[in-house]
Design a protein around this ligand. Structure first.
Ligand code: FES
Length: 219
């Protein structure tokens, strides 16, 4: 009897308790949307990043590494330049200019002026001798390049006005002496060969040297 009463009481409690537990279980809430970081936060983060970048750039250790790297690159460039030096290729001082017949009497050839700096002269206006010779195109005043004036039959320096006759003798302006001859000979193959490594000065009596001219009758 007592047990039956207790059983009823328990079931009554269960009936009362059941609606309460159901009420106490709350339905699961949907997840809260994540709030995107505010623009201010982004700026702050970017500022922090920039500051760290600048800090890294000016870090003494990185500066030292940078200086070492730059020094190494410069050293390597210097080494490369040393391994491949600039080579100044100059034309040979001796060169062939063709047979004497290319240079008729009374003519001043400017064919080799630009490339080799000489006039080839065939004249009989030096001591009445028929000669072919090569004159260096260097003014004996201060080294400018005179121009050959065919109409006036003279070399005229544009710098200070010195003038030279067709044979190279100076006659006006400040040039103190004649133009210089360079070496000239008849090569074995019948061509004239100029040699700029040797010079002949008239005032020194060097124009009498047979290496300073070729007989003009060969032309
Ligand atoms: Fe030719 Fe002076 S350099 S006249």
């Amino acid at each position: 009897m007592l047990n039956a009463v207790r059983g009823k009481a328990a079931s009554a409690e269960a009936v009362v308790a059941a609606p309460m537990s159901a009420a106490s279980v709350k339905p699961a809430l949907p997840p809260m949307p994540v709030k995107p970081p505010a623009a201010k936060d982004k700026k702050a983060a970017a500022g922090v990043d920039r500051r760290s970048f600048v800090a890294i750039c000016f870090d003494p250790l990185w500066l030292a590494f940078g200086a070492m790297a730059a020094t190494s690159v410069l050293w390597l460039l210097d080494l490369a330049r040393f391994m491949f030096p600039n080579v100044l290729v100059e034309p040979p001082t001796a060169f062939k200019i063709g047979p004497p017949s290319d240079y008729p009497l009374g003519g001043v050839s400017t064919k080799w002026l630009a490339a080799r700096g000489v006039w080839i002269v065939h004249t009989d206006q030096y001591k009445g001798r028929n000669l072919i010779y090569a004159l260096a195109s260097v003014c004996t005043h201060l080294g400018c390049t005179p121009n050959w004036l065919e109409g006036e039959q003279k070399y005229k320096c544009p710098c200070h006005g010195s003038g030279f006759y067709v044979n190279g003798i100076n006659f006006e302006g400040p040039a103190p002496r004649p133009l210089e001859r360079v070496g000239l000979k008849l090569a074995a193959d019948g061509q004239l060969e100029v040699d700029k490594s040797v010079k002949f000065q008239e005032e020194m009596g060097q124009w009498e040297d047979s290496n300073s001219f070729v007989d003009g009758s060969l032309a």
